[in-house]
Design a binder for this molecule. Structure first.
Ligand code: ADP
Length: 640
């Protein structure tokens, strides 16, 4: 069938444009983004299988939904003569609204955002290939796609059609299957081989072998390739791989399952297959991906772990199976103890599920610990992708806090970048800590490079005191929540200046170092007046060795970076005023000190410049950019 138009009822015909991001995506897809176009079939089969899974679940409570066609399956109908391929499923189908919503927009807002920002560089474009483009990948091989669908239990069927360019049309049709979805691809001139049975057999074996519903090949009538008995031939293994004993499964099969069943495009970084026996019985086949998905921080992201009960799919949208800070996991959990007709409401706060979650969490963290010990280099790859998410567990105060702290890795002033990627553990930090150091020193910010150059670090570096550099947004929050590690408080260096004198290393007890020269005292007094209302105080610094100034938070005041973060998120109205610290040994400060009493105007002008300079170093704009620029110009002109 190449055109179903005569069968339309003509009711509710509507033409719609695609969401802007879809158009962008289709542009990329149509221009053969993938070197491997075969994956379109995997995507469409996976969608069909998902639709079957969702129907099977609904039918547990509404068995009449299966009326007329109880077998859940996906069929492929190639027609080489017409150069078409149909992918048919007996799954849940779509209502009109679902059709418009699902096949006109991009569901995951994370991916949509990513796409809207995507440039034309090949490397960027290639990236999306690694995350899959779902249904829209049909346009890699087809220049026109039709979808006929009827939602289980509905009397109306719908026809969607698009050339993948301008938009799509939807109208009612009598040509929809009795239940489920039929996708008709009008193959491109150079894609005719996807209507060849042998080609399809090969692709299904390669990409969809472990899809849990049968994928059947229905050969074109009269075709010379009809099966021996004319019956459709099942192409895939269609079993629940996770239910098979570990010893019978090889690595390639796991990998393939990962891709078939979890819509993943990368290779699993780690695979975990286990059976828990005892009070509760469940099987887990879980994968830690190698790459961070685009929507990992999208609050509406669907979970990657599917919940099954006795081999029956229940849901892939259950936040109770794994804690949210393990949301990067993909795979399957299959419980023997939950009732088959468990409703989604029942899954919430379900004690069985809570135990399963605990058990899974422990196992996963245990595996991560092993990896961290035995393969530190590979572990760092994991940490770079998913560390920021694991740290959310620390913030939530999870029972596994101690293990999470063991797993955490940090950049540090004491570890060179070429040593294990510059990452260190807390245990190593504590191991290097000299006697007498009472705290673990940290500095939080948005950007590692900027942190490493922060003037706040100068005094600590000079004294050889190691500082951990933390640049994830969650860092300010979990460190505040955790408070201390092995009895050592986590202290921000922006607040710890006063402790520097007591810290070990050379120059620890430099005589008279704590005394402020009289000249500087005078300058401090003059600047306190000049900067009144703009800073809380002006003090001589012990932490600065190279820079003339920096801003610090007063004891008890909120940390500088945390205040900025909260302000960005409208969680804080007023940032407390800060303390400006001066480096009494810096030539600029000594020169200015010489004018403290004689030239109030210069002290004022340079004072304001120094304050703005300190703000810029903190990643904040000058108080008044125009005035800053004028002052700078005037002073430079004077000096020339
Ligand atoms: P994804 O599968 O990643 O959500 P797709 O673009 O492949 O993205 O599909 C978008 C949505 O369209 C799916 O989430 C699903 O709700 C719906 N859909 C796609 N194909 C089918 C199908 N064969 N039957 C029912 N619903 C489908």
């Amino acid at each position: 069938m190449s055109d179903a138009a005569p069968q339309e009822t003509g009711k509710q015909h509507e033409t719609r444009p695609f969401q802007a991001e879809v158009s962008r995506l289709l542009d990329i897809v149509a221009n053969a983004l993938y070197s491997n176009r075969d994956v379109f079939l995997r995507e469409l089969i996976a969608n069909g299988a998902d639709a079957c899974d969702r129907l099977r679940y609904l039918a547990l409570t509404e068995p009449e939904l299966l009326a007329g066609e109880s077998e859940l399956r996906v069929e492929l109908h190639p027609d080489a003569a017409a150069r078409t391929l149909e992918i048919v499923d007996t799954g849940i189908g779509m209502s009109r609204d679902e059709l418009v919503e699902n096949l006109g927009t991009i569901a995951h807002s994370g991916s949509a955002k990513f796409l809207s920002q995507l440039g034309d560089k090949k490397a960027e474009v290639d990236l999306i290939g690694q995350f899959g483009v779902g249904f829209y990948s049909a346009f890699m091989v087809a220049d026109s796609v039709e979808v006929f669908t009827r939602r289980a239990g509905d009397s109306h069927g719908w026809h969607w059609r698009s050339d993948g360019r301008s938009g799509f049309t939807v109208e009612e049709t009598v040509a929809a299957p009795a239940r489920g979805t039929r996708i008709l691809l009008h193959l491109k001139d150079d894609a005719g081989d996807y209507a060849e049975p042998a080609r399809l057999q090969h692709i299904v074996k390669t990409y969809s072998d472990h899809i849990a519903v049968p994928v059947k090949l229905v050969r074109a009538e009269g075709g010379s390739t009809a099966g021996a008995d004319g019956a459709p031939e099942t192409l895939n293994a269609a079993g629940a791989l996770w239910a098979r004993p570990k010893g019978e499964i090889d690595e390639a099969q796991y990998k393939q399952f990962y891709r078939d069943a979890t819509h993943a495009f990368d290779e699993p970084w780690h695979t975990l297959h286990f059976k828990a026996e005892g009070t509760l019985e469940y099987t887990g086949l879980l994968f830690v991906p190698a790459m961070r998905p685009l929507d990992l921080f999208d609050p509406n992201r669907r979970g990657g772990v599917k919940l099954y009960v006795k081999r029956v799919f229940i849901t892939d949208d259950c936040s109770e199976v794994v804690p949210s800070w393990l949301r990067f996991l993909r795979g399957v959990v299959d419980s023997e103890d939950l009732p088959l007709n468990v409703s989604r409401e029942l899954l919430q706060n379900n004690p069985v599920l809570a135990k399963i979650r605990q058990g899974l969490t422990k196992r996963v963290l245990g595996e991560l610990e092993k990896k961290a010990d035995k393969e530190p280099e590979a572990y760092v790859v994991f940490w770079e992708a998913f560390g920021p998410v694991l740290k959310e567990g620390l913030y939530e105060g999870d029972a596994q806090q101690d293990t999470l702290l063991k797993l955490a890795r940090f950049k540090s002033t004491a570890v060179p970048a070429n040593e294990n990627g510059g990452w260190t553990s807390l245990a190593d930090y504590l191991g290097r800590m000299p006697e007498g150091q009472a705290a673990i020193y940290i500095l939080t910010g948005d950007d590692l490079d900027q942190l490493a150059r922060s003037p706040q670090l100068e005094g600590f570096k000079a004294k050889g005191v190691e500082v951990l550099l933390l640049s994830d947004p969650i860092d300010d929050f979990w460190t505040a929540r955790v408070g201390e590690v092995e009895g050592k408080p986590l202290r921000s260096v922006t607040r710890a200046g006063a402790e520097l004198d007591k810290l070990g290393g050379e120059g620890a007890a430099e005589d008279g170092a704590a005394e402020t020269p009289e000249e500087t005292e005078k300058l401090l007094v003059a600047l306190r007046t000049a900067l009144a209302g703009k800073v809380k105080d002006v003090r001589a610094s012990r932490r600065l060795t190279d820079s003339p100034v920096c801003l610090v938070a007063d004891e008890g005041d909120i940390d500088l970076h945390l205040a900025r973060l909260l302000k960005q998120h409208q969680r804080l109205d007023d940032t407390p005023t800060r303390i400006l610290e001066l480096n009494p040994k810096h030539s600029l400060i000594t020169a200015l000190a010489g004018k403290a009493e004689s030239d109030a105007e210069t002290v004022q002008e340079v004072g304001l410049l120094l304050l703005d300079q300190a703000r810029i170093l903190e990643g904040e704009p000058p108080l008044d950019p125009a005035a800053f620029s004028r002052r700078l110009a005037e002073l430079v002109a004077k000096g020339l």
